[in-house]
Design a protein around this ligand. Sequence first.
Ligand SMILES: Cc1cc2nc3c(=O)[nH]c(=O)nc-3n(C[C@H](O)[C@H](O)[C@H](O)COP(=O)(O)OP(=O)(O)OC[C@H]3O[C@@H](n4cnc5c(N)ncnc54)[C@H](O)[C@@H]3O)c2cc1C
Length: 378
Amino acid sequence: MDFELTEEQKIMQETIRNFAKNELEPVADELDQAEEFPWKIFKRMAELGLTGMILPTEYGGSGSDELSLNIAIEEIGKACASSAHLLDSHLLLCASPIYHFGNEEQRQRFLPPLAKGEKVGAYGLTEPDAGSDIGNIQLKAIKDGDNYVLNGQKTFISNGEVCETAIVFGNIPELAPRGMTAFVVEMGMPGFTKGKKFKKLGMRAATTAELFFEDCRVPAANRIGEEGKGVRIALSTLDRGRIGIAAQAVGIARAVLEKCTEYSKQRIQFGAPISKNQAIAWKLADMATEIEAARFLYYKAAYLADKGEPFSTNAAMAKVYAAELAMKAATWGIQIYGGYGYMMEYPMQRHFRDAKVTEIYEGTSEVQRIIISRAVLS
Ligand SMILES: Cc1cc2nc3c(=O)[nH]c(=O)nc-3n(C[C@H](O)[C@H](O)[C@H](O)COP(=O)(O)OP(=O)(O)OC[C@H]3O[C@@H](n4cnc5c(N)ncnc54)[C@H](O)[C@@H]3O)c2cc1C
């Protein structure tokens, strides 16, 4: 068993670590407070090849493997979780399924602008009455000649406010209950509009919005995969995305550990640094141990994905473990900072707010446990 990253992966990790430290960390609080999509950061990520990292070079990407992308997401997530989240949504949730399930013409048409960061991508599955229960989506897609006419609504869509390209899932009623089908919709198509942008607890620089479809005519040439094959596309996309959420969550936990280690060595109470108390030191020890464990869970899932082997259960394990670690670490982080941890001027609150959603999006922790328990019991 080889635990070493390749030379190429190490160089990439160092490059992204420097980018994150020098260009993301200093502005992360500002971006969080602005609650606006960080165009400058997105363009910078494009310059670094991150927006198309796992796409082959013939589609404008950098041709990296999934493990490398997730290592990059961890580094970005440590500095600015919102930036990691918007990259995950753009690349793993939108460009990746177009690459994996689209035909050659669709790859050539949609992928280069996404890979180069000229367009932002989004993934539209969730609806007001269909979250965990994706089989209940109501968006209708009616075939009309060479088009499908889409009517319905999507909610909680990451990058929804700014996306120009989105992969959207709708139902073809005649094929019910197996009618779910994937389509690429693009800004400017009549009948495709953006709704409200949500105010959120965390991940505030990665904006979230509603999408509306009113008699929106989508060319049949924009259908990804066959009619009725949308469930597979939606779920397999989430499998890959969940590795990214695990990497994000490991990044958040690392940020907490680093800051708490420093703070606890400096904060003097009862004449000694608080780190001298076992109650504090053991929290740091547990965080360090679980970060290592969570990282290897997502490394394994990405390694299997790169080898083309089944990885859904591993992705679910990595996501649930890393998300719950990030939340636990951030809760402890506030405790270690004491009253200062509760104050908005101090950094712990952002990690706490950002961590929470990793237990919710791309399948809640409960949904991950359903996936894992099915595999255990099968
Ligand atoms: C910030 C943010 C960004 C998002 N981005 C996107 C995006 O880009 N694209 C997209 O399509 N969606 C997106 N989502 C939606 C997200 O994937 C859903 O919120 C999530 O899947 C949960 O669905 P729900 O919110 O409807 O909760 P519900 O499904 O209503 O669940 C509510 C609670 O019930 C539990 N529950 C539900 N069913 C079961 C069950 N069978 N067993 C046990 N417990 C159960 C859940 O775990 C949860 O605790 C985003 C959400 C957020 C918050």
